[in-house]
Design a protein around this ligand. Sequence first.
Ligand code: PLP
Length: 477
Amino acid sequence: VKESDINKSSEEFRKYAHQFVDWMADYMKDIEQYPVKSQVEPRDIYDKIKNKIPTKSESLDNIFQDFKDLIIPGITHWQSPNYFAYFPANTSPPSILAEMLSATMGIQGMKWETSPASTELEEKMMEWLRDNMGIPKQWTGVIHDSASMATLVSIITAREVFSKYNINKEGFEGFTKFRVYCSEETHSSIEKGAKIAGIGQKNVIKITTNDRLELRHDLLLEQIKTDISNGYQPLCIIAAIGTTGTMSIDPLEDISNIAKEFKIWLHVDAAYAGSALFLPEYRYMIKGIKKADSFVFNPHKWLFTNFDCTAYFMKDKHAAINTFSILPEYLKTQTDGIVSNHCDWGIPLGRRFRSLKLWFVMRYYGLEGIQRKLRHHINLAIWLESKIIESSDFELLTPRGLNLVCFRYKPAGIKDEEKLNKLNEKLMHKLNASGSIYLTHTRVKGSFTLRMAIGQTNVEKSHIENAWILIKKAANK
Ligand SMILES: *Cc1c(COP(=O)(O)O)cnc(C)c1O
């Protein structure tokens, strides 16, 4: 490449970057004008994309135009303050700006030497999180791409610690009767992790929950004793702090005592609710954490940091390193053994520079700003909960958990459960098809349940008031 080419491409970049940033700022400003849930039909987008790579270079003007015309209609606008579906994947201006810088440098932080700042900022950011969330000081953190990945890493580490790192070397010989325990409400990533880790889906034992949908530790204890007497090897318990369906909180302290008594690995899945640990008044949720082995939460859900960014903390980093490290000749560096090489702490070799956006976000908002936003979201959910309690036509199906409200339409006169299920399903589809708000559902003991997760970065009282009006109107129709 001649120097003139570099100059030319940097000037072209400058021109388009300004134009794109203008579009980005407008998108943020005008986001409520888009239908929250994409209104396209299956294959609408696919059929509009050309079948072949262009032979000749195309102008960025054309590509950008197609982005606006072809891609945007197929986007569900997760950053709309009228987005209440699943859990949010919220972002924020400082996070986006950091991602722009990260993409520009295009570094790959697999080893310390491949960009020392990436590794060392990650170490520091994990400490900032740990120390502001009530995670034990002695624990070490690392960033993964998803909670699913972190849970898989935890299960595999448990397997290796149990087998004294023999399964890695020899395969499963002698270790064929592992069992993993979680509640019937825990996330599907646990089953997926157990499948991939070679434990087998049928060895994931789902413990019945109480009426608040929390794992019953008395039944867990019983199950473990029965399994041991039948020759099984209890490997790992996964406690959910904030289940995806209804935000129930498993009793970590009781579970941790069982884990300790039977020397079972304990992993804590706080993928969503973990962010609430920034608020001291919610730290009770992880009482017992000292007796656990690992903990995961997603700043990419409710901490204003765009996907992907999963924080994984572990009591003993050496267990993970012994499980995952592998050192072929071409990866040897002169600082091995002195510094952290995060490629040895998990599955992928390559690693994005994800700590940069956490650093930007935490500095931009500050601890107080983060806490203010989290409390604000919870207060909005409290407001909606009070409206549902007041209303004679709606009911809560579980007590509100943090900023998640689970409810259904239940007009006087309709008692039949199947009818109520159908009615609520129809109501949800109608609301989502309107493009004005987007919410999703779960089932609570069989009942079709609407979920509103109120955690988008910019959600305000007016959005919740408006959503409540829309829900009542659509229900009455
Ligand atoms: C969202 C969620 C997950 C999965 O998170 P990913 O980062 O998408 O893998 C796991 N557990 C719980 C409780 C969740 O809410």
